[in-house]
Structures are given as structure tokens and as C-alpha cells.
Design a protein. Structure first.
Ligand SMILES: [Zn+2]
Length: 234
């Protein structure tokens, strides 16, 4: 009797001592709530972008690189729920936030008939040094959930980051132009031939990272690139 009740008592004590908090507003989560409280879920700025109508994220890439179609789940702002979510995901060791966002976005994408069959979901990679520091790629859980929803293969070993970008930003533009080997590279330039790739990232600001990744994907011939991200800066 005591043995079966003990875990429940420990759970109750844990709930009192370490209550689950909303990653959006820090409020205490109630039974049935996960990651975000109901209020934050209702207030979170959804883009409602899809893969048929032209949207603001598509326009980011016009004239720069041929992305077939792009969409993102949320609008990012300097304050608020989305910023708090992404901050916890990236810097507070909360990779499950990516699962939450990936499940959410994935459930709408799997019913989006304008998105063709996706063969590979590929995350924007971290440099191995950064990956060791953080312990995980913050896009991995998001990408894995999207791949699951779309019945695609999640591949995090094809696209690699060749340099740590922090060292890059410290150098001048001229230095980079003279010594500029690409920031991203494709390990295998055959495997993606004739395939539809969904490139995934966390927050799009200028689109430069996704542009560089797409360029690397195009070192394989006949690849179609689609983009899905958690959020964009409007
Ligand atoms: Zn909240």
C-alpha cells in the first residue's frame, strides 16, 4: 500500500516545491497545461502562413535565392511570449519547447495539400564546437516533430557548418570576402538529387543563414528547397 502511494506523494511534493511554469509568462501551469498556459496559447501571435499563399517570409528570399515556398508558425517580437519561449529553448536547456512547436506546426502542415511530399527535413546546423557547448541543436526537436508529421526523413548529418560564425562576425567584411569559404556545406552532394527538402530553423531575421544553407543544398543538382521556421521577425 505504502509502496504504491509513495510515488504519488513525491509527485505532489514536487509540484508544490517545483511547480511547472509557463515558458511564456512564468505563471503556474494547471493540470492539462503544458509548456504554455491557456492565456499565452490564446495570445501567441500566430502567422497563419501556409504553403499556398504568398507570405512575408517568402518575400524575404525574393531576388536572393530560389526557395520554393516558406512558412513559419509565429511572429517574433523583442518582448513577449515568443521571445521567452525561444530564449528558454536556446539558452535554458529546454529542448522540449521545440517538440511543442514542432507538433503544433506539424499538425497543420500535414493537412496542407499545397506542400508536396517532403523527402528530407534538414535543420540549420550548429558548428560542432557550439553543439558541444549547448549540448543540443535547438532546432533538432522541432525538425524531428515536423519530419514525423510529414512522414519525411530527419537528416541532421548532411548539411554541416564549416566555421563558427562568432569568429566570422569579429572579422571585417573585406577579410571575409578574401578568405570566405562558404559557411555551410553539403557532405554528400548526390543523396538529395530530385528530392524535396524542408529546411528548418528557429527565428528568421534577415534570412542570411537560410540563404547560405540553401546555397549549400544547391551544390547537389535538382534539389527543391522549402523552408519552415518557428518564428520570424516581422
Ligand atoms: Zn503563460
Amino acid at each position: 500500500m505504502i509502496n504504491t502511494k509513495l510515488p504519488n506523494i513525491i509527485n505532489d511534493i514536487n509540484t508544490v516545491l517545483f511547480p511547472n511554469l509557463c515558458f511564456g509568462c512564468n505563471a503556474r501551469l494547471y493540470r492539462g497545461e503544458q509548456t504554455l498556459c491557456t492565456l499565452c496559447r490564446n495570445q501567441i501571435p500566430l502567422t497563419e502562413f501556409n504553403f499556398s499563399d504568398e507570405n512575408r517570409l517568402d518575400k524575404t528570399f525574393y531576388g536572393r535565392i530560389e526557395v520554393k515556398k516558406a512558412a513559419c508558425l509565429l511572429y517574433y517580437s523583442e518582448n513577449g511570449i515568443v521571445k521567452n519561449l525561444i530564449h528558454h529553448l536556446k539558452y535554458k536547456n529546454q529542448p522540449q519547447i521545440g517538440d511543442f512547436l514542432g507538433e503544433w506546426f506539424g499538425s497543420s502542415l500535414k493537412d496542407d495539400t499545397s506542400l508536396p511530399t517532403i523527402h528530407y527535413v534538414i535543420p540549420v546546423p550548429l558548428h560542432p564546437k557550439k553543439l558541444r557547448q549547448r549540448g543540443y541543436n535547438q532546432v533538432a526537436s522541432f525538425g524531428t516533430q515536423l519530419a514525423k508529421s510529414l512522414q519525411a526523413k530527419y537528416a541532421d548529418d548532411l548539411l554541416i557548418k564549416t566555421r563558427n560564425s562568432r569568429t566570422q562576425t569579429q572579422k571585417t567584411r573585406l577579410f571575409r570576402m578574401q578568405h570566405g569559404k562558404p559557411l555551410f556545406a553539403l557532405k554528400n552532394t548526390q543523396i538529395l538529387q530530385g528530392k524535396n527538402v524542408l529546411l528548418v530553423d528557429d527565428v528568421v531575421t534577415t534570412g542570411a543563414t537560410l540563404e547560405a544553407c540553401t546555397k549549400a543544398l544547391f551544390t547537389c543538382s535538382d534539389v527543391s528547397v522549402y523552408i519552415a521556421t518557428m518564428a520570424m521577425v516581422p
